[in-house]
Design a protein around this ligand. Structure first.
Ligand code: CU
Length: 644
């Protein structure tokens, strides 16, 4: 099957991606040969890039650059060579109205949708580190096997889960901005609604064009005889697979879908990957469903050339509001499948109860003040947590207010247990590249969300006769009435945002106070440097790796941006539910110093035996509040997220 022609290179086209991987394999081969000839790692990388330079003219724009990014992400010889950060790769095209606008600090850089409502969440979609997260995820999770690359375990399941979590976060931001949750795009004959203008954005020399409002896929001429109606056929086949719990290629392979492995197989078929049961090509039985949603939409920017929009590239796609509508539709297929599965029953939960009760077992502390208080007492934070919440205080039903913990220098030492997480919208400045002289480069402001660092503390008592290895899983959900049901939003399992998970042993009968810094979250790109916590300065936002050897440098650059860990909330305070779910025997690994264990597993096996998103990977057997009341291994409290 030849690749579809008449459009720009896109990693969302399976055939393009395979071609890029083949070039990356050749780069890796050149590096290996240089090493075999006694070359250093630097020589090996130089040999690979010399080959890339030779090959560049033979391929469409962007293909060899993508191969180079794959090589840098995965090749051992390149483990200490970083892909320049996305901000430094962003330029303003010379034809953009923003180019040549002078040297002062200009008010804002960024795309616009033409809709005052949708523009309210531009700051989130345009966030440079959120875009970089999405780019890196797709680089780490290569979707074809080749001599040099392999599809990672549970890739298909994570394809759904990682994007589902991005959607949960996007919906929390939309709700905070007074907008409805994102609406799935599932009628392929319909208008795709608001447009998107990337404002002259170019990445790595490729300029992205505006996409007009109210376009329709039907405006496109056929791409290799493949039409939106053909795509609707693939949609319906995937929906049938979800409904019938079975992927089946006529006259070919079939697979009964069950549990998390069922999501995995469905994800491979939908993305599509080299493990798709029907093959990944757009014209195969299940086709390239997710990928061609990107391609059709990006091509709408220029109906003559199909050069086009940000949706072609994972480094820019999330800027377009349509990205989210498309991914809601993709997620609907996995959601429909999961809804056919039996609910989780918590029968295998560990024997634990929450100190303070399951409405107050979770405590929020301001990290800086908590650490200062511990230092004032000459203690570690864990020792202070024990004094604050352990011993005679273990069972107190208190999760907020000011607690006094002894005296320091004759003064009572006070620690605040918070019921509010604060955020702040700040403005950073960076100097964008243009085609002009350096001194002409304008400086642009851009908005980003900031929050102080918090610690979570959990009081757990074992009621078991044996030692248990438990996992504490923390989640956050916007809390509001739905259809007259108070806090009915908690019963929508797709709204729950995973915040963190961590393991701890607990002895028979033991009362334990566990503390966890949010900078250790398994979701975020770690280590959280001051730069990542507060990216307001004009400089390289890139993670500077400490130490030389990391087994998999690719993982170090992957993870959700720390500064977006909590939703923005509202000025008047937005109500959220904070949930702890305790499980056991999950074979959770101890996180290394870098990367995100939840999104970029660094080992051969995905480091959590539970289905991704557990317990929200299945229908809920009862309203969430009832589940908490029935299960001592769950704790729920309500908090406020307030923008300063
Ligand atoms: Cu993606």
């Amino acid at each position: 099957m030849p690749p579809p022609t008449g459009r720009a290179f896109s990693v969302f086209v399976a055939e393009d991606m395979e071609a890029a991987i083949a070039v990356a394999d050749r780069m890796a081969q050149a590096a290996t040969e240089a090493l075999a000839g006694d070359g250093s790692d630097n020589d090996a990388v130089a040999a690979a890039f010399a080959l890339a330079a030779e090959l560049r003219g033979n391929y469409p724009d962007g293909l060899v650059d993508h191969a180079a990014k794959l090589f840098l992400t995965h090749d051992h010889a390149a483990r200490n060579v970083r892909i320049p950060n996305l901000m430094s790769r962003m330029t303003v095209n010379a034809t953009s109205p923003l180019a040549g606008t002078g040297t002062g600090t200009l008010p804002a850089l960024g795309g616009t949708t033409g809709s005052a409502d949708e523009d309210k969440v531009n700051w989130f979609r345009e966030d440079p580190l959120a875009n970089e997260h999405h780019e890196h995820w797709h680089l780490v999770y290569v979707r074809f096997d080749s001599p040099g690359f392999s599809i990672r375990p549970r890739h298909g399941e994570l394809f759904f889960y990682m994007h589902q979590q991005m959607l949960a976060r996007y919906d929390a931001e939309r709700l905070g901005a007074g907008l409805d949750p994102v609406e799935a795009f599932d009628d392929y004959t319909a208008s795709i609604g608001v447009g998107y203008d990337p404002g002259g954005l170019a990445i790595g020399g490729v300029t992205y064009l505006p996409r007009p409002a109210n376009g329709k896929w039907a405006q496109l001429a056929l791409i290799n005889n493949y039409a939106p109606a053909d795509h609707a056929q693939r949609r319906d086949r995937l929906r049938d697979a979800a409904a019938n719990l079975k992927l089946a290629v006529p006259g070919g392979a079939s697979l009964v879908l069950d549990g998390a492995p069922g999501s995995d197989a469905l994800g491979h078929a939908d993305e599509s990957s080299g493990k798709s049961i029907s093959g990944a090509g757009y014209n195969s039985f299940y086709g390239n469903h997710h990928g061609f949603g990107h391609v059709f939409t990006a091509a709408l920017s220029d109906l003559a050339s199909y050069e086009g929009g940000v949706m072609y590239n994972p480094a820019s796609a999330i800027r377009d509001p349509f990205f989210w509508r498309w991914h809601r539709h993709v997620d609907d297929i996995n959601f429909a499948y999961q809804e056919k599965l039996p609910a989780n029953d918590f029968a295998a939960a560990p024997d634990v109860v929450f100190g303070g009760g399951n409405d107050a077992g979770l405590v929020i502390l301001d990290s800086a003040r908590f650490r200062n208080a511990a230092a004032a007492r000459g203690e570690t934070v864990d020792q202070l947590a024990g004094a604050l919440l352990g011993g005679s205080r273990f069972t107190r039903n208190a999760a907020q207010g000011v607690e006094t913990v002894g005296q320091v220098n004759g003064q009572p030492l006070q620690v605040t247990l918070h019921d509010t997480i604060e955020t702040e919208l700040r403005h950073g400045i960076f100097q964008l590249n243009t085609d002009q002289q350096v001194e002409d480069q304008p400086r642009f402001t851009y908005p980003y969300l900031w929050h102080p660092s918090y610690h979570f503390a959990v009081r757990l008592r074992s009621t078991a006769a044996v030692e248990q290895l438990v996992t504490v899983r923390l989640f956050l959900c916007p809390a509001h009435a739905v259809g007259g049901v108070a806090d009915g939003s908690l019963n929508d399992r797709r709204l729950w945002i995973e915040l963190d998970k961590f393991a701890a042993p607990i002895a028979p009968g033991e009362e334990k106070v566990l503390t966890r810094a949010d900078t250790d979250s398994t979701l975020v790109r770690r280590p959280v440097t001051a730069l990542h916590a507060n990216p307001d300065v004009v400089r390289d936002l890139h993670f500077e790796q400490q130490g030389d050897d990391h087994p998999d440098a690719a993982a170090c650059e992957c993870g959700w941006p720390y500064h977006l860990l909590y939703p923005r909330g509202t000025k008047s305070g937005m109500r959220f539910a904070l949930l702890a779910v305790v499980t056991k025997d999950d074979a959770l690994i101890k996180q290394g110093q870098c990367g995100s264990m939840s999104f970029c597993a660094v080992t051969d096996e995905y480091p959590d035996a539970k289905p991704m998103g557990y317990p929200f990977d299945r229908p809920l057997a009862a309203p969430l509040a009832d589940l908490v009341a029935q299960n001592p291994s769950l704790a729920l409290r309500f908090i406020t997220i307030k923008e300063r």
